[in-house]
Design a protein around this ligand. Structure first.
Ligand code: UDP
Length: 377
């Protein structure tokens, strides 16, 4: 019997949608399922009753290099609204200051004037503890030193990840740079923009192809593999294998949405203290959002928690040497199933930003199609 060349894609987020589109354009029939009632994965956004665009799973700010394959690819499916994201952290006395740490932040914290980049560099040099960082705490010490780490990074990281920064791989802390200039943008990439009509509309266009069918509210089960040649799975790899080597830990977030009357000083305010909240987003400061008629602003505060305490909503893989060793066991098991490929944050157990995620899955689609062509030849 000739096996169908159809493929199943489990998960309609960035990973699954990119793969689905690429495979469909190569002539493959693609069935996409998602257990949630919507497409877009954690980038899903929707207008609320006031016409503001809310990102239902927390703020997603798109940034990358303008000439990257991913940005060019996404631009086929959306127009863009230029947007440079800014974040401010609340200090103990209630003032706010720019994040990532820049020259202004150093002045605000230490109450000094730093007229030049050189003076900021000197101040930081007197704060840092030299050494090659092996974990996120050591990264903070080497990058900003203990005083700034205690204000901005150690308490936030502990509540965000539920463990000490000493128990996280250095790459987690390394996401935030330190600047000697006064650039107060959160990202410095050459391309920073929001999809004009939101992420969900962009995903609708990506998935709008005659060879793609989408079933929402549909969980994966092995019966669905029966008439496909290959399955791409974005469900957590440990869940797929029945947690046989133990759980891979994930952090999750609970969201509290409310209304405020005054504008925040930045789209996102970070609470870097030991309280329960990590950040607060004012949605109408993102330019592809509408604004309320009543002069109020909708804001969402985030409270991190373990995925196990939040219906197994897995957002952030908790990566350290122990969990990576466990992931490798699952990865080795996955290699014994040649008709399955794990994708996305949960399938790959990786902290993936949107643009790298698109790049990785475009490459994955090309590799898959190349292998298939070779097998036929
Ligand atoms: N971080 C921190 N203080 C902050 C912001 C970030 O300590 O005010 C650390 C924290 O460990 C966090 C990591 O830097 O998980 C990455 O931050 P980012 O804003 O990139 O997180 P994301 O937007 O992916 O949640």
């Amino acid at each position: 019997m000739r096996m169908s060349s159809a493929v199943l894609v489990v998960g309609a987020g960035f990973a699954g949608a990119v793969l689905a589109r690429e495979l469909a354009e190569a002539g493959r029939t693609v069935r996409v399922i998602d257990r949630r009632p919507h497409i877009g994965g954690n980038a899903f956004d929707a207008l609320n009753e006031h016409g503001e665009r809310l990102h239902v799973y927390g703020p997603h700010l798109l940034h990358g290099e303008a000439d990257s394959v991913a940005i060019r690819w996404l631009s086929r499916f959306t127009e863009w609204e230029p947007y440079e994201h800014r974040v401010r952290a609340v200090l103990a006395d209630g003032r706010t200051t720019p994040l990532p740490v820049n020259r202004t932040t150093l002045e605000d914290v230490f109450g000094v004037e730093l007229p030049t980049e050189e003076s900021a560099k000197e101040l930081l040099a007197s704060e840092v503890v030299a050494g090659t960082p092996n974990n996120t705490d050591e990264f903070f010490l080497a990058n900003v030193g203990p005083r700034l780490a205690d204000i901005f990074f150690r308490p936030y990281t502990r509540k965000m990840w539920g463990v000490s920064p000493t128990q996280l791989e250095a790459a987690v802390g390394a996401r935030l740079p330190v600047r000697w200039n006064r650039d107060d943008r959160y990202f410095t990439d050459s391309f920073q923009a929001m999809p004009k009509d939101g992420f969900t509309a962009m995903f609708e266009r990506i998935l709008d192809h005659p060879l793609i069918s989408v079933s929402l509210g549909q969980s994966y089960g092995p019966d669905l593999d029966a008439d496909v040649s290959h399955t791409f799975l974005s469900l957590p790899i440990d869940e797929y294998f029945g947690f046989r080597f133990g759980r891979l830990p994930y952090r999750s977030i609970r969201f509290e949405t409310s209304s405020v009357s005054a504008d925040q000083p930045a789209t996102v305010i970070n609470y870097t203290d030991t309280g329960i909240y990590t950040r607060c987003t004012q949605w109408d400061l993102i330019p592809n959002s509408g604004r309320r008629q009543d002069g109020q602003h909708t804001v969402t505060r985030e409270i991190p928690c373990d995925a196990a305490d939040n219906n197994n909503e897995c957002y952030y893989p908790v990566r350290n040497s122990e969990t990576l060793a466990r992931y490798e066991q699952y990865e080795a098991l996955a290699a014994t199933e040649p008709n399955k490929t794990f994708i996305g944050r949960c399938g790959l157990f990786r902290y993936l930003d949107m643009v790298p995620c698109v790049n990785i899955h475009l490459r994955l689609a090309a590799t898959f199609l190349g292998q298939q062509a070779q097998a036929v030849a």
